[in-house]
Write a protein that binds this ligand. Structure first.
Ligand code: HEM
Ligand SMILES: *[C@@H]1O[C@H](CO)[C@@H](O)[C@H](O)[C@H]1NC(C)=O
Ligand SMILES: *[C@@H]1O[C@H](CO)[C@@H](O)[C@H](O)[C@H]1NC(C)=O
Ligand SMILES: *[C@@H]1O[C@H](CO)[C@@H](O)[C@H](O)[C@H]1NC(C)=O
Ligand SMILES: *[C@@H]1O[C@H](CO)[C@@H](O)[C@H](O)[C@H]1NC(C)=O
Length: 589
């Protein structure tokens, strides 16, 4: 035991000079680190001496009055050390209050960092001042070794702990560091989607470097936490929410990256109602980073999987519908409701489960079916049914189908299909909304009118008078005008429907396409109308000349029929092309 030999040696030397105390002159620099007087005895257990200070908090440069008191003692050795590290070096320096009975010592590299006695004369108290250094740790503790007499001493009696106040400046800096995320330098990438991270992308092939698509990923890289990355084009905010159901609200757990003055705030919120989200004041997120450039917001943070201490934060090891939304912010940093329907995943997802690479949809399934069936009904079945009835009565005059002329069967069949499709798909938005939709503008009003007329039309047709009856004229006129009105209303309804938030087909091609369809249909109508007129004229001319009779009329008519059939065929092909384009649009949204 090298040190004890040393101690013995030191003590022997000490005895030679002054047998009753180790260091009667107090020059005990050897004790700087362990504060043990080299007296060869073990220290006492319960200390009787105490240190008192006149403050509980200090700032760098402050003078703190330190008082040691207790039963009469001969020697002492006082230091301040970091409260978290009592084995560490002495901190700060002392100024003497009693220059006769106490002296300053230099421990380590800090001048005057300890105080001791000058003689072994008995004292019951000792005052000194401690000066807090500029680089002081947050809290320090005073420690003293007291020697009552040579063999009776206490080592490192703990004194009071004093701390630096968490000053307003340093708190805000720290809080600012904690809540203001640091800028991110590189763009996210999708290279590990489906292998190492769970990704939701929209469109499905979204490369977050491409700047025009939405990207959300969860990397389960630690057992208890997940790294989240989100990016998307927005001037205001991008956000995602985890929900138990397909509706936002009801306390859904939301994460928002809000752009404010060229920086991004990353916040959490609970979506209680369908209105403004309630931002949380507590911060459950770590490692926040962000980037904003060219209208693209990127943000990333880490979240623990279980956050029981935070209200509203769900556990990430369960399954949720994931919503992705974007929208605008107002001046004060408040956020507006998303401008378009948020993206929603198909089915519930476990983001900490096996990594997947999935897409989502901006439109609820029921509404998609609504739009699709209405397109089929009011673009295709109704149009073909009407054209056949108007222009193709004489084309297959003797061809019967189930005992009726074929044009009539086709017309009636297609019209019934139209009414059937309309009725089925009419119910779907009501099912989805659970009532009247306040946010759909005029579309529902036009829609209801179309539905009503679409039911009225076949009822009226069923009650039509026989062909030769004088009232038949009135029926024909009513049937035609109601049919025309309902088709015009239906086109308006479709125009209004396809830009609604719940099923927003891409602008502006949906408008071009619908305009194109109307032109295609009206063009065909006009063509067949003109053709029919010319045919009648031709037959009249032939009859007038009386050169050739019936045969020529028949051959002219036959030619006309071939033309009409060709037009019908081409019309149906074009109609189908428009329909398929719209249906593809609905599928992809
Ligand atoms: C002529 C055919 C159509 C009729 C008769 C019709 C009828 C209706 C009606 C009555 C509603 C109101 C439901 C409610 O208030 O809850 C509705 C809602 C809706 N329709 Fe149509 N519709 C037609 C075509 C379309 C088309 C072609 C689209 C889209 C491509 C479409 C998209 C929508 C959407 C998105 C809603 C729901 C709005 C919302 O609740 O947010 N509709 N439709
Ligand atoms: C503590 O004592 C020091 C030194 O006398 C003095 O400067 C300081 O103001 C005192 N603090 C309080 C709170 O009394
Ligand atoms: C806060 O950020 C400043 C620089 O912006 C830095 O000097 C300081 O160390 C940070 N504080 C914490 C607690 O991270
Ligand atoms: C994708 O980003 C990760 C860091 O998030 C990086 O380690 C990786 O090299 C990147 N991959 C590509 C192909 O850029
Ligand atoms: C989600 O995945 C995690 C990790 O694989 C698993 O512990 C947890 O049970 C899963 N949750 C559900 C609801 O499947």
């Amino acid at each position: 035991m090298e040190s004890s030999k040393m101690a013995v040696l030191v003590c022997v030397l000490a005895f030679l000079s002054e047998p009753s105390a180790g260091y009667p002159n107090g020059k005990v620099k050897e004790a700087c680190s362990n504060m043990v007087p080299v007296h060869g005895h073990g220290p006492q257990k319960s200390p009787k001496h105490t240190i008192e200070v006149n403050v509980t908090e200090f700032k760098p440069g402050d003078h703190v009055k330190v008082t040691l008191s207790g039963p009469p003692f001969e020697g002492f050795f006082l230091q301040a050390r970091e409260a978290e590290n009592l084995e560490g070096a002495a901190i700060g320096s002392f100024v003497l209050a009693d220059k006769k009975r106490s002296q300053l010592l230099t421990c380590g590299r800090v001048k005057n960092s300890a105080v001791s006695h000058t003689s072994k004369s008995k004292k019951t108290y000792m005052n000194t001042y401690w000066i807090a250094p500029r680089d002081s740790p947050k809290s320090i503790q005073f420690l003293v070794t007291v020697v009552e007499k040579y063999s009776i001493f206490w080592v490192k009696i703990p004194g009071p702990v004093i701390s630096q106040p968490t000053s307003p400046i340093s708190t805000t800096t720290m809080a600012a560091n904690a809540t203001l995320p640091v800028p991110l330098t590189q763009l996210f990438n999708a290279s590990e989607c489906g292998t190492n991270k769970f990704c939701v992308r929209y469109p499905w092939s979204c490369d977050p470097k491409a700047k025009d698509c939405f990207f959300l990923s969860f990397r389960h890289d630690y057992p208890d936490s997940v790294l989240v990355e989100m990016s998307g084009p927005s001037e205001g905010y991008i956000a995602f929410a985890l929900s138990d159901d397909q509706w936002m609200g009801g306390g859904d757990d939301a994460y928002l990256c809000i752009s404010e003055d060229h920086h991004i705030d990353i916040k959490t919120a609970s979506l209680v109602g369908r209105t403004y989200p309630e931002m949380d004041s507590e911060d459950a997120l770590e490692e926040k980073t962000w980037r904003v450039a060219d209208g693209l917001i990127q943000c990333s943070f880490r979240r623990r999987i279980n956050l029981p201490a935070f209200r509203g934060r769900v556990n990430l090891d369960a399954c949720y519908y994931i919503f992705l939304a974007d929208g605008e912010t107002s001046e004060g940093g408040g956020i507006h409701k998303h401008t378009r329907q948020p993206l929603i995943t198909n089915g519930k997802q476990n983001v900490t489960g096996p990594p997947k690479d999935i897409g989502g949809s901006r439109s609820p399934f029921l509404i998609k079916i609504h739009g699709a069936l209405m397109f089929v009904a009011w673009m295709t079945t109704v149009s073909i049914g009407v054209i056949v009835a108007r222009f193709f009565k004489p084309v297959w005059p003797h061809l019967l189908l189930f005992g009726e002329e074929i044009w009539f069967q086709v017309h009636r069949g297609l019209m019934l299909v139209t009414v059937l499709l309309t009725s089925v798909s009419f119910v779907l938005p009501f099912l989805y909304r659970g009532g009247w939709s306040e946010e759909a503008g005029f579309h529902p009003y036009f829609g209801c009118t179309v539905m009503a007329l679409a039911i009225f039309q076949p009822l009226m047709a069923g009650l039509r008078p026989p062909p030769q009856a004088p009232r038949r004229i009135i029926f024909n006129w009513l049937h035609w005008s109601t049919g025309t009105i309902v088709r015009i209303l239906a086109v308006i309804t479709m125009f209004l429907g396809m830009d609604l938030p719940a099923l927003n087909l891409p602008d502006p091609w949906d408008t071009y396409l619908m305009t194109g369809f109307v032109a295609w249909h009206v063009g065909t109508d006009v063509l067949l109308e003109i053709h029919g007129y010319c045919l009648i004229r031709k037959v009249e001319v032939l009859e007038d000349d009386r050169i050739q009779i019936l045969q020529s009329i028949n051959s002219a008519e036959a030619q006309g029929h071939t033309f009409k059939k060709a037009v019908l065929f081409i019309y149906i092909c074009g109609n189908m092309a428009f329909l398929i384009a719209f249906l593809m649009g609905i599928v992809q949204i």
